[in-house]
Ligand binder design. Structure first.
Ligand SMILES: Cc1cc2nc3c(=O)[nH]c(=O)nc-3n(C[C@H](O)[C@H](O)[C@H](O)COP(=O)(O)OP(=O)(O)OC[C@H]3O[C@@H](n4cnc5c(N)ncnc54)[C@H](O)[C@@H]3O)c2cc1C
Length: 416
């Protein structure tokens, strides 16, 4: 693997950056692997990386039907934070945030993680109470969390409208300073490169069309490039989780919805933090290129199409203009959507299944980018040792039978 350093960049600058080698191989699938991971998003590639790095399991294939990072990993608004309510979630997301803080060095790849802070606005008394409850819970879990009064919100983000005359006035906000944004596709590429360097085969353009079983044990996967044998198949396919689980005969409590986002024209830096509002439903940050990156709530219909509806854009823009009158004459440049996999309690499934050798990582819904390193790290442990790590044990499938749900609808901050 090329070692990125100031010397390698300077050397390649002399040849106009035309001689960089391929960053990962493009192998044909082998007839069998110890582990097959279905889905080449951040979670799948990260799982392969940690399987090789932490557990010495490198006879692994990652199968991706399209191209790396072409799913939700490359379509999201990149907000990273760990201020979730319940202990189980707080521990998992905080573990992830700690991995984020060292990820660029660990992968020797700049994922552009920028800890510019995230504020979650409160617009009514219920919002204030729920936000402060979450803040105290965060502090009890050792997670940084601050409460800002409206004038402090204004001082932290001067272009935000905190006028009491606003239709949804800002009554305060939580602030997590260690939170921020990262470069989405760099996460997929960084993990791909580092996993490949440890011997993992990354195979793009290879769709899994069937999960093969003998009795209660997985024996392989059927793909558009032939049968691949394995005794451990792990699906990490976000919006397609129910479809892939169905191939193995499992029915999951997951619904898939479109979730869309858009970006504006580029402007000079004006927004130095991330602002989220669950109540009026918009969240916005400014990318390093100068675009405003703007997200909204999910589309209510269940669907697999990677496109959103106009009425959501209308509501999202109305909320944006209300909060930031300064943006009212901006032009929007492009919009897109992904398919998000939502669980009834707005928490993910990172779990073994009743089928031997079949593992599921999904249900991250609208919030799985932030968890990419932590989720992948725990899932690698679960696959390698055939038992969950204590961090992901509460996120097992059987909580939908036991009733031990982890209700994170408030902290998820996007309606689903
Ligand atoms: C508009 C939008 C905004 C978002 N904003 C945020 C945010 O700000 N912060 C946050 O934390 N999260 C956010 N999310 C959620 C986040 O993007 C996802 O939870 C996360 O990226 C999921 O990663 P993944 O690797 O599990 O899935 P993906 O990146 O979707 O990867 C799954 C891959 O599986 C592949 N696949 C599917 N079926 C098959 C098959 N049969 N065979 C082979 N391959 C298959 C797909 O092609 C895809 O590449 C957002 C999502 C969207 C859509």
């Amino acid at each position: 693997m090329t070692k990125f350093s100031i010397v390698s960049i300077a050397r390649n600058a002399l040849t106009h950056h035309e001689n960089w080698p391929r960053q990962w191989r493009n192998p044909d699938p082998k007839p069998s692997y110890d582990v097959v991971i279905v889905g080449g998003g951040g979670h799948g590639l990260g799982t392969a990386y940690y399987l090789a790095k932490e557990h010495g399991v490198s006879n692994v294939a990652v199968l991706e039907k399209n191209w790396l990072g072409g799913g939700n990993t490359g379509r999201n608004t990149t907000i990273v934070r760990s201020n979730y309510l319940w202990d189980e979630s707080a521990h998992l997301y905080e573990h992830s945030l700690k991995l984020w803080e060292k990820l660029s060095q660990d992968l020797n790849f700049n994922v552009m993680f920028s800890q510019r802070g995230v504020i979650n606005l409160a617009h009514n008394l219920q919002d204030v109470r729920a936000s402060r409850r979450r803040l105290y819970a965060n502090r009890l879990n050792g997670i940084d969390a601050e409460w800002l009064e409206p004038e402090q919100v204004k001082a932290f983000c001067p272009i935000l409208n905190v006028s009491p005359d606003a239709r949804y006035p800002v009554l305060g906000a939580t602030l997590q300073r260690r939170a921020g944004v990262a470069r989405h596709d760099a996460v997929a590429w960084g993990y791909a490169r580092a996993a490949d360097a440890r011997g993992v085969d990354i195979i793009q353009g290879c769709e899994v069309t069937g999960i093969m079983r003998e009795g209660n044990r997985v024996t392989g996967v059927d793909t558009t490039r032939g049968v691949i044998k394995t005794r451990k198949a792990a699906i990490v396919v976000a919006g397609d989780t129910s479809v892939l689980a169905g191939m193995a005969g499992l029915r999951l409590p997951i619904q898939s919805h479109p979730l869309q986002a858009l970006v504006s024209d580029s402007i000079k830096p004006v927004l130095h933090t991330v602002v989220m509002s669950g109540a009026v439903h918009v969240y916005v940050s400014q990318s390093d290129k100068g675009e405003l990156v703007i997200g909204s709530g999910i589309d209510a219909l269940t669907a697999y199409g990677q496109r959103g509806s106009f009425h959501l854009i209308e509501g999202q823009m109305a909320a944006l203009k209300e909060l930031f009158p300064i943006f009212s004459r901006m032009r929007m440049m492009r919009a897109w959507a992904g398919t998000v996999d939502t669980c009834p309690d707005a928490s993910p499934i990172v779990s073994k299944t009743p089928i031997d050798g079949f593992y599921i990582n999904g249900g991250w819904g609208t919030g799985g980018f932030k968890s990419t390193p932590g989720s992948a790290w725990c899932f690698a442990h679960t696959i390698a040792r055939d038992e969950p790590h204590p961090l992901n044990a509460p996120f097992s499938l059987d909580r939908f039978v036991s009733g031990r749900l982890i209700d994170e609808h408030g902290a998820a901050a996007v309606a689903h």
